[in-house]
Design a protein around this ligand. Structure first.
Ligand SMILES: Cc1cc2nc3c(=O)[nH]c(=O)nc-3n(C[C@H](O)[C@H](O)[C@H](O)COP(=O)(O)OP(=O)(O)OC[C@H]3O[C@@H](n4cnc5c(N)ncnc54)[C@H](O)[C@@H]3O)c2cc1C
Length: 321
């Protein structure tokens, strides 16, 4: 029987990355609780795999990362431009409400560029105004909605419902009580119940892009919170891909095998051939439960459990940072 592993989303990366990064800063008391070193395979050298691998290494485990592509970074892909700048083909920016991404960037000394995508121009009910010119907004907003950014007001309305941006970005959200309480509400219902004016509802609808006012509130609140909860937007100077490359350099190129797709993980009875104990999967790979010692098939290594041949060269994983 084969089962697909979950792929980490941006939300889960926020949490998992946070938890693992937190582990790297373990206090002596926590370090004493660390289990004995083990051999761990990490599948996928995207942000989830790299942050997991670094955290495991710092806890004393031996790690090997197997990566399908000839590069690290996964969906973080920067295309260099002639003037030293970069065009982002994958993850384009991160926000102030992604504290662990910011912490990693700071840790590796990567310079940030501040972007501002929070100041669009609105066309609502036949009137146009700039988000930057809050004082002159022509719409009949409630007094408490005036001279305040749309996102601040959204946070206030979420707060009235007992929600905040950090809570709703937790993968465990929503709890059963919240599901029961909010499941029949659309976004516009939620705003109106919190006291929003019709003008504010229309403005948020104009801002919300793929989220419509009729969308089920429970489904879109995390996306809204992510995009509006914090309007401070950043990008890494020279390309966001510098972050996974810096992680790869810290992990060590000799621990990263590139161009070696994992075809399957066999955890059946014959699964004791792998020299590795547990595996961390950040990529979708056919997987046979239950979890035991894994025997591993990679397309190039051929034989299960064999030590992978191609180590990552410095140029490809950023060890020359
Ligand atoms: C166009 C685009 C724009 C985006 N914009 C943003 C943004 O602005 N802000 C933001 O925060 N996020 C953004 N994202 C999302 C962000 O890029 C991802 O959430 C994040 O990079 C996912 O990291 P990950 O490690 O979970 O997965 P991935 O980056 O997908 O990493 C998985 C890795 O596993 C490897 N792999 C897959 N199968 C196998 C296999 N069988 N064997 C070995 N290796 C395998 C893959 O090659 C890959 O390197 C964007 C994504 C895209 C595509």
């Amino acid at each position: 029987m084969k089962a697909a592993l979950p792929v980490h989303s941006r939300r889960s990366l926020l949490r998992i990355g946070g938890a693992l990064a937190g582990a790297t800063l373990a206090t002596p008391a926590l370090a004493r609780m660390t289990p004995p070193p083990r051999d761990v395979l990490v599948l996928g050298a995207g942000m989830a795999g790299l942050t997991a691998a670094l955290a495991l290494l710092r806890r004393g485990h031996r790690v090997t990362i197997l990566e399908h592509q000839d590069r690290v970074g996964g969906r973080v892909l920067s295309l260099p431009l002639p003037d030293g700048m970069a065009s982002e083909a994958g993850a384009g920016h991160f926000r102030g409400n992604m504290p662990w991404v910011l912490a990693y960037a700071r840790h590796f000394g990567l310079p940030l560029i501040a972007l501002n995508d929070g100041l669009p121009r609105y066309l609502v009910n036949g009137r146009v105004a700039d988000a930057a010119d809050l004082a002159a907004w022509p719409w009949p907003l409630h007094p408490q909605e005036r001279r305040v950014s749309l996102s601040s007001t959204l946070n206030r309305y979420l707060g009235i419902h007992g929600l905040d941006t950090l809570t709703v970005l937790d993968p465990r959200w929503p709890d059963p009580w919240t599901i029961e309480r909010l499941s029949s509400l659309s976004l516009s219902d939620l705003l109106r119940q919190a006291g929003a004016s019709e003008a504010y509802v229309a403005l948020l609808g104009a801002h919300a892009g793929p989220y419509t006012l009729a969308s089920a509130a429970l489904r879109i609140i995390p996306g809204l919170a992510y995009h509006f909860g914090d309007q401070n937007c950043y990008r890494i100077l020279g390309g966001n891909e510098r972050l996974p490359r810096a992680l790869a350099a810290a992990i060590g190129p000799e621990r990263i095998v590139l161009g070696d797709p994992v075809a399957a993980i066999d955890q059946g009875a014959g699964g004791s051939r792998s020299p590795h104990d547990p595996a961390v999967c950040s990529a979708e790979t056919p997987w046979s439960p239950p979890f035991r010692r894994a025997s591993l098939r990679t397309s190039r290594c051929g034989r299960p459990g064999r030590r992978p041949r191609r180590a990552c060269s410095p140029g490809r994983c950023g060890a020359t940072r």
